[in-house]
Design a protein around this ligand. Structure first.
Ligand code: SAH
Length: 218
């Protein structure tokens, strides 16, 4: 992989500590922990802030965008139960960090971002790191019907409800993970499609995401 930055012993050491911290917080899926251990999160940061890159916090990384908290990324990734070759739709590309984790888990990722400046930034950065996802610019609250259906769908912005379009684009047996609530606080929701017409819905822990803005959202 043609990395622009170096991944030296200091960053590798900090990344190992982050993995141990996430395990301590209850992330138990070894593959998810391994993926967190592989993706050089400091590559998303300006070199001045490399000392922040492996803290378990969300961080503003310029262009008005935020890189998600590692715990949140690990939590959503674990719920998806990614299998190698799974076709995954990600809504809210943002920094692309979550995209990289999904790809390390073996997913074939279709990711959509609504803000053009962020989209333009990420389509440069990720392939430069060797992560060649399928990138789209647009309103992901409607999914990407042209490429449906998906084994898994992950929404990385807070939604007021579960958009109907996403339910339709999920394969039978597929899993959708989406934070649902108001602008301030959301519950992580997992939806499993059990048949053409039936879905199982489970509500989990509380999180705080930036709002999902769009036709089928805020
Ligand atoms: N997944 C990112 C964090 C994303 S923050 C990470 O790993 O760091 C949420 C992103 O969702 C923001 O970039 C925001 O612009 C985007 N977003 C909000 N509503 C959207 C929509 N309807 N479709 C696509 N992207 C959306």
């Amino acid at each position: 992989m043609a990395y622009k930055f170096v991944d030296n012993y200091r960053e590798r050491g900090a990344r190992k500590k982050l993995v141990a911290h996430l395990e301590g917080r209850g992330i138990s899926d070894k593959k998810v922990l391994e993926a967190i251990g592989k993706v050089p999160r400091h590559f998303f940061f300006d070199e001045t802030f490399w000392n922040q890159a492996y803290k378990d916090i969300a961080f503003p990384i310029g262009d008005g965008q935020t890189i998600s908290q590692p715990y949140t990324v690990a939590y959503q990734s674990e719920l998806l139960h990614i299998k190698k070759g799974d076709k995954v739709l990600e809504i809210g590309t943002g920094s692309g960090y979550q995209t990289c984790i999904l790809m390390e888990l073996g997913a074939n990722v279709y990711t959509i971002e609504r803000q053009e400046s962020i989209y333009r930034h990420t389509i440069r950065v990720l392939p430069g790191m060797g992560y060649n996802a399928h990138f789209f610019l647009g309103d992901g609250s409607k999914g990407i019907p042209e490429h449906a259906s998906y084994d898994k769908i992950i929404v990385t912005a807070g939604a007021p409800w579960v958009p109907e379009a996403l339910l339709k684009q999920l394969k039978i047996g597929g899993i959708l993970v989406i934070p649902v609530g108001d602008e301030n606080i959301q519950k992580m929701v997992t939806v499993i499609r059990i048949s053409e017409t039936d879905y199982d819905r489970i509500e989990l822990d509380t999180f705080r995401f930036v709002p999902l803005v769009g036709d089928q959202a805020w």
